[in-house]
Design a protein around this ligand. Structure first.
Ligand code: CMP
Length: 139
């Protein structure tokens, strides 16, 4: 089925001017960018977005990293978009990421891993609504 998923190009990607190269990987995989904006998250915004991880040891470092520079938040649409996006991103830790994936190609570390993607269709809807109004998404 045609799905929508939520994506973030993280501060390590914007810092190295890689947003176009990463978007090309997404588009070549058949994902369509139906909404996109560059923002600099506040600490409160990042803490709320990553709320499910707040008990994890890496939470504070993760939030500090995510507000260390601008990010690009996106809605990607396509056939089986949630799983397709996760496939093309590669494993969370770039050391484990498959050849040709965004994280294998570009990520610096498990923290500075260039991209975030929703892990389920249910979370995709929640994450999209956190950053985008319905009128900003043009399919
Ligand atoms: P993301 O998909 O954005 O969701 C949570 C993020 O935490 C994850 O990508 C990683 O970039 C980051 N992270 C940092 N350290 C760790 C860790 N030790 N284990 C898992 N995720 C980590």
């Amino acid at each position: 089925a045609i799905e929508r998923t939520f994506s973030i190009l993280k501060p390590d990607a914007t810092r190295r001017n890689l947003t176009g190269k990463i978007n090309a990987v997404f588009e070549e995989a058949g994902l369509r960018i139906v909404a996109q904006k560059r923002i600099h998250m506040t600490r409160a915004q990042a803490e709320a977005f990553y709320g499910v991880h707040k008990e994890r040891g890496f939470f504070n470092d993760l939030v500090t990293f995510m507000i260390s520079g601008p990010v690009v938040v996106q809605v990607l649409e396509g056939e089986n978009a949630v799983a397709k996006h996760r496939d093309v991103m590669g494993a969370t830790n770039p050391a484990n990421a498959a050849e040709g994936t965004v994280r294998k190609l570009f990520a610096e570390s498990i923290e500075a891993n260039s991209v975030h993607g929703s892990d389920s269709l249910e979370n995709a809807a929640i994450e999209i609504a956190y950053f985008f109004a319905g009128t900003e998404i043009v399919g």
